[in-house]
Design a protein around this ligand. Structure first.
Ligand code: SF4
Length: 214
């Protein structure tokens, strides 16, 4: 399903037939952010127009490479896994209207989380919103009031100033996290010193890479 509005969809059967391009979906452990270490069902949509040069899921960018899956199938897999929540990620998941998928997941009893750059209009019903802004296509301003967790990937010192600019736009209760870019180890001491001096921030690590889980 693309950007067309589905706000008038009321019938549960119709919702189950809505399709999204899906790169992969799997039961795993959330590796990053506040919910690190928790069992979760990951749904990775195809398509991204942000094009970060350091992206570790470049295969996701071309939406046409990823087969369409119905909401009904995705919800069945997620429900059967026993996961307490589903993480909708990408690619950039907000390239798609997420109303149908998130409504169906919640009706099935799963909490819904999203990880997004925030660079496309918001859609869907979410219990947890993680904004990971990217310089290559910044978030839309409507995004900021919805953010539960701000997770900024840091490569160099000026990214810290940039992180503060986003934090200033988020609600006061937002959890603030800095995450070293995996292939930029010099970012680690930068972040450690910054968090010690600015304890409103914490550190997010890509623990799934250390644990070698997908
Ligand atoms: S927004 Fe995410 S998926 Fe898209 S290019 Fe950047 S890191 Fe990759």
């Amino acid at each position: 399903m693309n950007k067309q509005s589905i706000s008038l969809i009321n019938d549960a059967a119709d919702i189950m037939d809505v399709e999204y391009p899906i790169m992969e979906h799997f039961y795993t452990i959330q590796g990053e952010g506040v919910h690190t270490g928790k069992a979760s069902y990951f749904i990775r949509t195809g398509g991204c127009d942000v094009e970060c040069w350091w992206c570790d899921v470049k295969d996701s960018w071309d939406e046409s490479r990823h087969p369409a899956m119905k909401v009904g199938e995705l919800v069945k897999y997620a429900k059967e896994s026993g996961a307490p929540f589903a993480v909708i990620t990408g690619g950039e998941p907000l390239l798609h209207n997420l109303d149908a998928l998130t409504t169906a997941l919640q009706k099935a009893g799963l909490k819904t989380h999203i990880e997004t750059s925030g660079s496309s209009p918001f859609s869907g019903n979410f219990d947890w919103v993680t904004l990971s802004p990217k310089k290559f296509k910044p978030p839309v301003k409507e995004m900021y009031p919805l953010v539960n967790e701000l997770k900024v990937v840091v490569l160099r010192k000026n990214d810290l100033k940039w992180a503060e600019q986003h934090a200033a736009k988020c609600p006061e209760h937002t959890k603030l996290l800095l995450q070293p870019e995996w292939d930029t180890p010099e970012s680690v001491p930068l972040i450690v010193e910054y968090v010690k001096e600015n304890p409103k921030w914490g550190i997010s690590l890509q623990t799934h890479k250390y644990l070698r889980v997908p």
